[in-house]
Design a binder for this molecule. Sequence first.
Ligand code: LRH
Length: 481
Amino acid sequence: MTDYYLAVDIGASSGRHILGWQENGKMRLEEIYRFTNELENKNNHLCWNMERLFAEVVNGIKKCKELNRLPKSIGIDTWGVDFVLLDENMQMLGDAVGYRDSRTAGMDEEVYKIIDEKQLYARNGIQKMIINTIYHLYALKKQQPELLAAAKHFLMIPEYLNYRLTNVIKNEYTNATTTQLVNADTRDWDWELIDMLGLPKNIFGKLYMPKETVGNFSEAMKKQLGFSCEVVLPATHDTGSAVMAVPSNNEDDIYLSSGTWSLMGIERLIPDCTEKSRLHNFTNEGGYHHRYRYLKNIMGMWMMQSLRKEFKHAYTFEELFTLAYIGRYFKSTVDVTADCFLAPASMSEAIRNYCQQTKQPVPQTEGEILFCVYNSLAKCYSDVVQELEEMTGSCHKDIHVIGGGCQDRFLNALTAFYTKKDVYAGPVEATAIGNIAAQMLKAGEFSDLPEARRVIAKSFAVKKVNNNEFSFEVNNIRSVG
Ligand code: LRH
């Protein structure tokens, strides 16, 4: 009898339920449910609709029953950083304010009054981004201290969904590292830092590693779903799951997890929390089995997603990059790590303003705006590769683009063009695959991560990017590169 594992993988723009199993030494997948996700305006904040998300989690699980393929276990991963607080009656306190919300404006400076930026990085090695949980918690302390005072539990988004399924509360390590409150060496909450910031220590629970069990469905869920199932912790931070699915065991390979965000870096066994690393703004996120993801967060496909909404022509992503290709004579570029692109009212306006402020030609057509984003992203990838090589002292030969964004052939080609590396695209569903791999590791289907990666590499399409598919030999492009 086949053992099925269900990955519930929720990103900032969509969620999916994917069943995974092994067949003839290969991993197989089937997507059984998909839903959209987005931030909603509520009480003047950008919030996640947790009731809708939980309802969608349940809808997808029901599909397993309909298909008569009950999973051996279920794992949930989502984007990092965001959290909810529960009160003594296990009710949510306030809204699930999302990381793009502007409540953190100025909170970095407030935090640095208590702990110097350099010391903060030396403790946790987490890249400074205004979206980090530490700044959201500090915003709460300043703006709604009554919520923090009433809080009994701090739960990251997947942990809250797990709680709703099982009635069990467990904090998970990989996602906790995105809070910037976990010590890079001890891999535990940085209690001293939490104390210094005046945050309530009691809301942070013991950190569990991926592969731990959360628990079985609660009695109420069992009744509603008509079956019981074990809920397991994958790397609940989606990037942590995605990087488990890099189809290579070469420790020098660079990965680029491409989705709403672009996360580019390497895997390491020790964190680098040095001042040099801080100045390059690299992060050391906690990963599966004591690995660290040494990477940089880059704005990613969010910029294309936002433009697509704005252009109102309902372009497909293929049409978007075709338009960008038409605009390839246009050479202004923007800093795709800049905060002004986090949640602008209009992305095209934010791009135009940036070009104006930096005294570059301002893009006018949709093609020019799109190429500006594509070109800027690919150039940023190339800069990150150079910085990585400076930090590691090695020459990294290959880049693995994984996740939904790896289907963007134009971005892949530009990435190969600028980085001059061998670029490989796939697997597309890396996050769900990594999530399932953790469950399979727990079940003993793989002995370790290298074995899981060997199976992943032979199970899913991974294509070498063809540098000749697009010609960039026009006008000024060469001089940009
Ligand atoms: C990608 C991601 C990324 C960041 C951001 C908030 O989905 O998890 O690693 O943490 O979302």
